[in-house]
Design a protein around this ligand. Sequence first.
Ligand code: VG1
Ligand code: CO
Length: 541
Amino acid sequence: MKLTVATTPISGQKPGTSGLRKKTRIFMGRHYLENFIQALFDVVGAEGKTFVLGGDGRYFNDRAAQVILRMAAANGAAKVIVGQRALLSTPAASHLIRLNKTDGGIIMSASHNPGGPDEDFGVKFNMPNGGPAPESVTEAMFARTGTVSEYHIFESTDVDLSTQGQQRLGDMIVEVVDPVADYADLLETLFDFDAIRALFRGGFRMRMDSMCAITGPYAVEILEKRLGAAPGTVVNATPLPDFGGMHPDPNPTWASDLMEEMMGDNAPDFGAASDGDGDRNMVVGRGIYVSPSDSLAVLAANAHLARGYRSGLKGVARSMPTSGAVDRVAKSLGIEAFETPTGWKFFGNLLDAGRVTLCGEESFGTGSDHVREKDGLWAVLLWLNILAVRKESVADILAAHFARFGRNYYSRHDFEALDSTRADQMFATLREKLKTLSGQSFAGLSVTNADDFAYHDPVDGSLSQRQGVRVIFGEGTRAVFRLSGTGTEGATLRLYLESYAPGPGGLNDDPQSALADVIKAAHEIADIQGFTGRTSPDVIT
Ligand code: VG1
Ligand code: CO
């Protein structure tokens, strides 16, 4: 039976960089999830439409799926394609939306944020192209959450999501599908699985840390079953509601077990990790960490070695705070390089228009035009394909890359759980100062230019302003300041630091020492200590 329930608008349902993220208990609160989902359907329309639904398996994923299905049915949707047990990685959801030409999809995830009753939950909507909803759509949803006065929900028992096949919920079809198969088939078309199989057969060892999050089943199927990597290659392979108490963020701090293993005496040849919803990746060679910005550049320079990219790249794009390493590769390839605001949604138009093939962000995100999301396992497989063809170690490939293109020393410093008012004041002051910064010196570095990044989308002409404050100290050296749009506690300052050295640089040079002056200058310019009381970051990547 279809019910219409009266509700009052709930404030604060503003989708950020990547959907709506809140503490799980807030989502579980009275009418909270329902309000947002009704606002979502009111904006995109549900009548007669088909959607994809799945999530990263975190706490409340299973319950939220039942609510969303019942609301989809009551709002008149024709069909929802759901991953078995309501599981889907973000890139797999993107693929299913495209493969089945649906009207979009709902992904339940707070990505790399921890999960559990006292941690985070999230909901994001992806468009019919498979990519995250653009700002215009998320803004409309936000506006709607403030006026929605009733929601529609179908009254029924739970849909059985444990077995594949079709069922009915009222007039709506629920199709439960294998979350892995179609996605694994897609990757098989892009990479030379025979060459990678031969690599593993030759004794190549790898460790893939799925961090008790969604990529476990995908990685076991692809790496161990289809590519013949040794059983046990994938660790933390079972998705758990609380990610086993881990913070499923693939960086050297949170994936410290993997880092230890890769830096140890008996390290495997290659290591990788992915995040809660499977769209991020970290790659590590034996004894060598690959920064995400460098990874993007190496992938761009070598992508032609993989079957799906043999005819070359149309162009590349990176988010503004990502290092300029990939720009240097684009220049040598004679292809366009785009600089977009933070968040994968800004790559969508460029990918749809066929202007770029590869995209990446400094936040451990890389992907291509095969889907419209960043894709952790895709990046791992492209690395494996390159390693299989070049038959060199990660360290050798990186050294050769730096020798050819120079090295962009890079780091991101995160200052978390700051007082939001103070953080806003710091940015207001910084923005006021911008015009006067040019020509001034800080820590011996002279500012050549400073601005607040604004992006004109070259495809649809839309303008996105206030996307991060950039302070440039001459060619290739800069500090970027941004406030996170994905946190759920106070404000997070992200300070991005970069300095270019034309020579090969030492492979093991510590970026923190190479960037010491830029770090000092950034602290002086923004008076980070004065506004936040902090002298050092919580997380360094
Ligand atoms: C962070 C990253 C950004 C990324 C976003 C979503 O956003 O910096 O690059 O696109 O997370 O990633 P913010 O606003 O906190 O800096 V995830 O893996 O949600 O899907
Ligand atoms: Co993610």
